[in-house]
Design a protein around this ligand. Structure first.
Ligand SMILES: Cc1cc2nc3c(=O)[nH]c(=O)nc-3n(C[C@H](O)[C@H](O)[C@H](O)COP(=O)(O)O)c2cc1C
Length: 217
């Protein structure tokens, strides 16, 4: 079953509403993404030449395969040890990637390379302070587990979580450059409002967001 078909089953059956609610336990679905393609793409130097930020998006959705490849490139598992495509602080896994699509918000689960339903409803407009976020087919929301960062001050938690996120964001930039996709990494976010929308526990916080899609130009 494709993600789109599966998500129709999960979210449409619950009559997707304007106000998102935490997906009820019985509705939580583990949606397997297609296996990520680990070959091909543009040479690194070409991707570096093409890397840029884009702020005008068409509403064309991303194919499931592209979403799969993108999430793997962002922070997927690239070794038998379970380590990731991006480096991370003290070998403590701090960052989660939430995937805001038109049909709801999903949590990327790298071990299963799957999406877990998190919220019903289209919250894309709430993922940033710029208008294009509502039309970009995908907004990634990077969330840090502060409670996993023991022995460090709140300031350092922000610092290390931000650095971890920056590496992921650059993976996304390079993947998008290689695949002809548009993206922009974003700090212009109403952080407390977005944390409330996502129903994040107190110790978790949004670090940044990143829009992905096809350029309108
Ligand atoms: C930490 C950080 C925060 C950013 N926040 C935003 C943002 O909120 N909105 C936006 O449109 N671009 C944002 N950007 C993108 C930068 O504006 C962009 O990378 C910069 O202008 C250089 O342009 P380029 O990426 O096309 O080379 C951010 C970039 C970084 C690294």
């Amino acid at each position: 079953m494709t993600r789109r078909k599966a998500s129709t089953g999960v979210l449409a059956s619950a009559a997707v509403g304007a106000i998102p609610t935490v997906a009820a336990a019985q509705e939580l679905k583990h949606l397997d993404l297609p296996a990520p393609r680990r070959e091909g793409g543009q040479p690194l130097t070409k991707a570096l030449m093409l890397r840029r930020s884009t702020r005008e998006y068409s509403d064309r959705p991303l194919p499931d395969q592209i979403l799969s490849d993108l999430l793997w490139a962002a922070f997927g598992i690239n070794r038998p040890s379970g380590d990731r495509t991006a480096p991370y602080w003290r070998h403590v896994m701090v960052i989660d990637i939430y995937v805001a699509l038109a049909d709801g918000v999903w949590l990327y689960e790298p071990k299963a390379h799957a999406l877990l339903a998190h919220l019903k409803g289209d919250i894309r407009a709430q993922t940033g302070l710029q208008d294009f976020v509502a039309t970009a087919p995908l907004n990634l929301i990077y969330v840090a587990h502060g409670e996993r960062m023991t022995d460090v001050s709140p300031e350092d938690r922000r610092l290390y979580a931000s650095v971890d996120t920056g590496f992921i964001g650059q993976n996304v930039y390079l993947f998008c450059a290689s695949e002809g996709l548009a993206t922009v990494f974003r700090a212009a976010v109403d952080y407390s409002k977005l944390a409330r929308t996502l129903n994040l526990p107190d110790q978790q916080f949004v670090t940044f967001a990143q829009s992905v899609g096809y350029s309108r130009a």
